[in-house]
Design a protein around this ligand. Structure first.
Ligand SMILES: [Zn+2]
Length: 131
């Protein structure tokens, strides 16, 4: 009987994990307007939709896409202030499949993106890195 309880617990944990979905948004923030929305309107609409549905997400910042400027930093900061995770997606989003990209260059890309101050970045822990 004890084994069945343990097995059931494992199965429930596996079932819960199998139904998990992670919402991540790469290459943000993007300062370009679309035909219908400014960057600020789009950012606010995305955050409102996530809040409405109770979704915690992650924004992977490519700092060179705008987070290196005050208006872009404000967009990314809004994600952190809303409780979403902020990840490091490098400074310029280099092509990791390129044989021309050396490890040192990649490391510098991550470091160049990391100092951007975000509410949910913790200097004592490495930021989430995603390429
Ligand atoms: Zn990307």
């Amino acid at each position: 009987m004890h084994c069945c309880v343990a097995c059931l617990s494992v199965l429930l944990i596996q079932a819960a994990q199998a139904q998990s979905v992670a919402f991540t948004f790469d290459d943000g923030p993007n300062l370009e307007a679309t035909p219908r929305l400014s960057a600020q309107q789009r950012n606010a609409a995305m955050l409102a939709a996530l809040r409405k549905h109770g979704v915690q997400a992650a924004l992977f910042v490519t700092a060179g896409n705008g987070a290196d400027r005050p208006e872009g930093l404000a967009l990314a900061r809004a994600w952190g202030e809303a409780g979403h995770a902020i990840g490091n997606h490098t400074m310029t989003h280099p092509d990791l499949n390129s044989a021309k990209l050396a490890l040192a260059q990649y490391q510098q890309e991550v470091l160049d993106c990391a100092p951007t101050p975000m509410p949910t970045w913790r200097p004592s822990a490495p930021p989430i890195c995603r390429t």
